[in-house]
Design a protein around this ligand. Structure first.
Ligand SMILES: [Zn+2]
Length: 120
């Protein structure tokens, strides 16, 4: 199950970050999921809740942000959202385009409960 291993890697990364920054409580974790990453947000949410149940992250919310597929036309430079996985430029109809975003799977932020941290 793809999402379970992703949830585990998110949890591991967050634990490492908590240890590195000496944090005991994280309020929420933001992740970006690209259209082409193949991740089902609902399945990831479910897996995350299941594996964090008896950990320090049991009260930490996982905030999933869906990143649309974005491409740029190599002919005219137009950037556009790819709808229905049709890789051509809506402006000039060229198929010579470069994929800009849509494959990512990133932890974008940790929201920390304790305001004393010299983070901001
Ligand atoms: Zn174009």
């Amino acid at each position: 199950m793809h999402e379970l291993s992703i949830a585990q890697s998110i949890m591991t990364t967050v634990f490492q970050e908590m240890k590195r920054r000496n944090i005991t409580c994280v309020k929420s974790i933001g992740v970006k999921i690209g259209t082409l990453s193949g991740v089902m947000p609902e399945a990831l949410q479910f897996s995350y809740e299941a594996i964090t149940r008896d950990t320090p992250l049991s009260d930490t919310a996982l905030i999933i942000e869906h990143v649309p597929l974005l491409a740029e036309c190599n002919l005219c430079g137009k950037q556009f959202k790819v709808e229905n996985i049709a890789f051509f430029c809506p402006a000039c109809h060229s198929v010579d385009v470069t994929l800009l975003q849509g494959e990512e799977l990133d932890i974008t932020y940790l929201e920390i409960e304790d305001a004393d941290l010299n983070d901001r």
